[in-house]
Design a protein around this ligand. Structure first.
Ligand SMILES: [Zn+2]
Length: 147
């Protein structure tokens, strides 16, 4: 029913695993178009968020639906071979995400996740970003320089 074909799956996986970070690029482009100032992959932050909006103290992860288990998403079905292997591997990913998110929140960051499947529709991403940042308050009203 909601199973991906082998072909679809390998497409999803190669997209997520490889150098091709299309969903992330889409989110960056949209954030840029909105005039939002952000930084990329701050390794000093838990989980290395894909985009960081320092002024809004908001960290954004762009997650592949399969690897990060987008709840209820058809891209997040479990492969039918080596089921146990996949279950534990994917559970570890989810646990890691949860730990990173908890650590960020503890450090005073807001955390938002944009799912790979959402990046198909730029409006969805735009609304998602705006909503996430709207909940946050700019740290400073004045324009930051380079900080
Ligand atoms: Zn999804």
């Amino acid at each position: 029913m909601d199973r991906l074909t082998t072909e679809q799956r390998s497409r999803v996986m190669s997209r997520v695993r490889g150098k091709d970070t299309t969903p992330e690029l889409i989110v960056r482009r949209i954030a840029h178009a909105l005039g939002l100032r952000f930084r990329l992959q701050r390794r000093d932050l838990p989980g290395t968020p894909d985009l960081v909006f320092p002024r809004w103290r908001t960290a954004v992860f762009v997650h592949g639906c399969f690897w990060h288990r987008h709840p209820g998403c058809r891209r997040a079905s479990i492969p039918q071979t080596r089921i146990e292997f996949w279950r534990s591997k994917l559970a570890r990913n989810v646990e890691r995400d949860r730990a990173a998110s908890a650590a960020l929140k503890k450090a005073g960051w807001r955390v938002a996740v944009v799912w790979e499947c959402e990046t198909i529709n730029p409006d969805t991403v735009r609304n998602h970003l705006l909503k996430a940042l709207k909940q946050a308050r700019p740290r400073e009203v004045r324009r930051e320089r380079g900080s």
